[in-house]
Design a protein around this ligand. Sequence first.
Ligand code: AMP
Length: 206
Amino acid sequence: MRLVLLGAPASGKGTQANVLCTTFGVPKISTGDMLRAARAAGTELGKEAEKYMSTGGLVPDEVVIGLVAERIAEPDAQSGFILDGFPRTEAQAQALDELLASRGAPLDAAVQIDVPRELLVERATGRRTDVRTGQIYHLKYNPPPADAQLEHRADDREEVVAKRLDAYDAQTAALLPYYDSRGLLKTVVGTGKPEEVTNSIKAVLA
Ligand code: AMP
C-alpha cells in the first residue's frame, strides 16, 4: 500500500496515519515528524527548517524531497508507506511521482481528509501529543489520560495556525486537481470521530 494523505493542518492526517500504518503493516512517513526530530536533535537541517516552521511557512521543496527520497529507500518502506504531510506542493508531488516511477512502484491512492476551515483552528489549538507514544489527543474532543506527557506544538498557536492554513490554501490545495486528473484522488469527510474517518478511508480504498 503506497498512500498519500492530503488535508489541511489538523485535518487528522497524523491520527489516521498512525492507525492505517498498523492496519496495512507499512511505515508512516511524516515530514513534519522528521523535521521536528531534526530540530530537537539540533542538526543544521533542523535549524534551517525551524526558520520556516516557526512562522507557519513551508520548508523549501529540495529539503523535504531529499528527506523523503532517503526515507522511502529504507528497507521497511519497500512494502509500502503512508505519507503524512508530504507532498505539500506540486513540485513535491512531481518529485514523488518520479521517485516512485524509477522504482516501478507508483502510488495506489491520495486520500483527502476534508474538514471545514473553521473547525481546523479549534482542532489545532486544542491538539496535544504524548511525547512518549506519539499519540495525538485533543483537550476537548479526545482528552488525554492523566499520566500522558503532553506537548503543545508551538506552531499550533492560533496566529501560526492561520498562516499554516493560508499556506495550505495557496500551495497544497493545488494537489487535489493534480491527483484527481491522475485518477488517484479519494475524498472522505473528516469531521466525524477518528474511528469513523478510519472506516471511511478503508471504504474508499477497498
Ligand atoms: P505538519 O506536522 O505536517 O503539520 O508539519 C509541520 C511544519 O513542518 C509545516 O508547517 C511546515 O513548516 C513543515 N513541513 C512539513 N512537511 C512539509 C512539506 N512536505 N513541505 C514543506 N514544509 C513541510
